[in-house]
Design a protein. Structure first.
Length: 232
């Protein structure tokens, strides 16, 4: 009696447009083992299976087992990595961070600094602050001159009419030119104290004054009142 390899049994069930699929087309480890045992039980005792073919079936089963183990190991590693990332993010609560962005928080009259970097000395600097709807609440035209490098501009929390703006998150935009009128490259940042950590859809965000900051956007971290630690 000839021994029919399991690989041929699965190949014989290949997709046929004229045939109707029956059962689950995906064989798991138990299905593979059941097929192998069934072949052994139904072989002719007077004409047993070819030992080489049988060894081939065992090799296929071993390969399947290894792939399953590797997949399980990768899942475990991914879960461990996610757990470590979450623990690391939680340790940032109470720390001050600097991240890519252009948000500024107003809380009971207190305003986080408007932090930005100038690529060159700027003679004329204009700062526009917008509310959540994108409306300009304050336009600061005379913020210059400023030297090349990182700047902290302290907004007083007042709108163009001199009234105190409501608590919340605002955005700011900085445009600058040199004394010759050439545009200056400006990079803006978001700063603040980490109030909490948000886990959403497998991603981790830091809650900074009600703003959600992605871990990938963080540039610097420091304890409140201490020097910056560059993470880039």
């Amino acid at each position: 009696m000839n021994f029919t390899p399991i690989s041929q049994l699965t190949q014989s069930n290949a997709y046929n447009p004229g045939a109707q699929a029956v059962g689950d087309p995906n064989l798991d480890r138990n299905d593979f083992l059941l097929l192998l045992v069934a072949q052994l039980q139904n072989q002719d005792p007077l004409n047993p299976a070819d030992p080489q073919e049988f060894a081939s079936q065992l090799a296929q089963f071993s390969s399947l087992e290894q792939m399953i183990n590797i997949n399980n190991t990768m899942q475990t590693v991914a879960m461990l990595q996610a757990s470590m990332n979450n623990a690391q993010a939680a340790s940032l609560i109470g720390h001050e961070i600097k991240a890519n962005g252009n948000s500024v928080a107003v809380t009971d009259g207190g305003v986080t600094p408007l932090r930005f970097h100038l690529g060159d000395d700027a003679q004329n600097v204009k700062i526009e602050i917008r509310d959540a709807e994108g409306k300009i609440v304050r336009a600061i035209l005379g913020a210059g001159p400023l030297r090349e490098g990182e700047q902290d501009y302290q907004w007083d929390g007042l709108d163009d009419a001199g009234a105190t703006v409501a608590n919340g998150n605002y955005t700011f935009e900085v445009t600058a030119t040199t004394a010759q009128g050439d545009p200056v490259t400006v990079n803006t940042f978001t700063t603040g104290i980490v109030d909490g950590v948000i886990f959403d859809g497998g991603l981790t965000y830091l809650d900074v004054g009600g703003q959600l900051i992605s871990l990938g956007d963080i540039i610097e971290i420091h304890r409140k009142g201490e020097g910056m630690t560059n993470t880039a």
